[in-house]
Design a protein around this ligand. Structure first.
Ligand code: ASP
Length: 309
């Protein structure tokens, strides 16, 4: 059996079966399965983990159900400011972009930063200029407009509150997307992409584009992609913390993920979840919220998508 594996997420939060229609649930599950299959196909054809996570996240960015790429939430100014990052575990190469607008697929720009810029992290207008130079596809505001996200923004517009991808606090959910994968050569990689928080201002940046906080990959330990209240994930250096617990304390992938998500994050008040994979293809999908849109597939018949606890 081929030792290839991939896991994806489409955000965590208070996702209750009682507030979901069968149609909506089916739409989410098909979108997750499609992204999972796209990433898996790369691995099955002998492709690299970094290509697999980029392709899977691109697929999720193109789906308006998730808060990334098309479907990104609105900022206080009524625009879309997106963040993304990607990392490979063999040489610890990484690329990240933040506060970018108009770029159709922020994860592809993060990959170009990694491969072509000689830098790791680019933000704002400079990152957009680089995207033009790299001939990235740009889209106008109409492409990124989504009625549901617009309504979310209207309910908090002109207030000081900012929200994590839902108008109703009780049904808070985080629609960030991400993927982690292991390829045939034993290399692992992680990718994360988001529109951030509804009504965010002052150039707010979350954990998603931050290597070590929202995304991390190291062949000797694991690859991780996070979703949740970014401020806490930054303070907890969550993705790197999982890797550190494995490297320095000898914890298994599952033990490390559970310690971080169920204990350390909870201690500082952070809610959300993460997906992680180790170099043997073990997968851990941990969250301390009601649900997390997620999926996992390997060369050993595992193939499933799930939403609730
Ligand atoms: N972590 C993201 C942020 O804080 C939000 C999310 O996961 O949906 O920007």
């Amino acid at each position: 059996m081929k030792n290839i594996s991939i896991a994806i997420h489409g955000g965590a939060g208070t996702i209750l079966k009682s507030s979901m229609t069968p149609e909506k649930e089916l739409a989410y599950k098909s979108a997750l399965q499609k992204a999972l299959d796209v990433g898996y196909a790369v691995l099955a054809q002998g492709g690299s983990a970094i290509d697999a996570v980029e392709k899977a996240v691109t697929e999720l960015e193109d789906c308006p159900l998730f808060n990334a790429g098309k479907g990104s939430v609105f900022t206080a100014a009524g625009s879309h400011e997106m963040d993304a990052s990607i990392m490979e575990g063999e040489h610890l190469n990484a690329g990240a972009v933040s506060i970018i607008s108009g770029v159709k697929n922020p994860i592809q720009l993060a990959r170009l930063v990694m491969d072509k810029s000689g830098h790791v992290f680019m933000a704002g207008k400079g990152a957009e200029d680089f995207a033009h130079q790299m001939n990235c596809q740009f889209e106008n505001a109409a492409y990124f407009h989504d009625d549901f996200r617009y309504e979310q923004w209207q309910s908090v517009k002109n207030t000081d509150s900012f929200q994590l991808d839902h108008t109703d606090k009780k049904e808070q959910k985080f629609g960030t997307v991400g993927a982690v994968a292991l390829d045939l050569n034993g290399n692992i990689a992680a990718a994360t992409s988001t529109g951030g928080m509804t009504n965010k201002k002052f150039g707010r940046v979350g954990d998603s584009p931050m290597i070590g906080a929202g995304t991390y990959a190291n062949n000797t330990t694991c690859a991780v992609s996070c979703t949740g209240s970014g401020e806490f994930f930054i303070r907890g250096v969550v993705a790197y913390d999982v890797s550190c617990l494995m490297e320095y304390k000898g914890l298994s992938l599952k033990e490390a993920c559970q310690t971080v998500v169920k204990e350390r994050l909870v201690k500082i008040g952070g809610d959300g979840g993460l997906i992680a994979i180790d170099n043997k293809g073990n997968i851990s999908l941990e969250f301390n919220t009601e649900g997390m849109y997620r999926g996992q597939r390997n060369g050993n018949k595992l193939n499933e998508v799930a939403i609730y606890k």
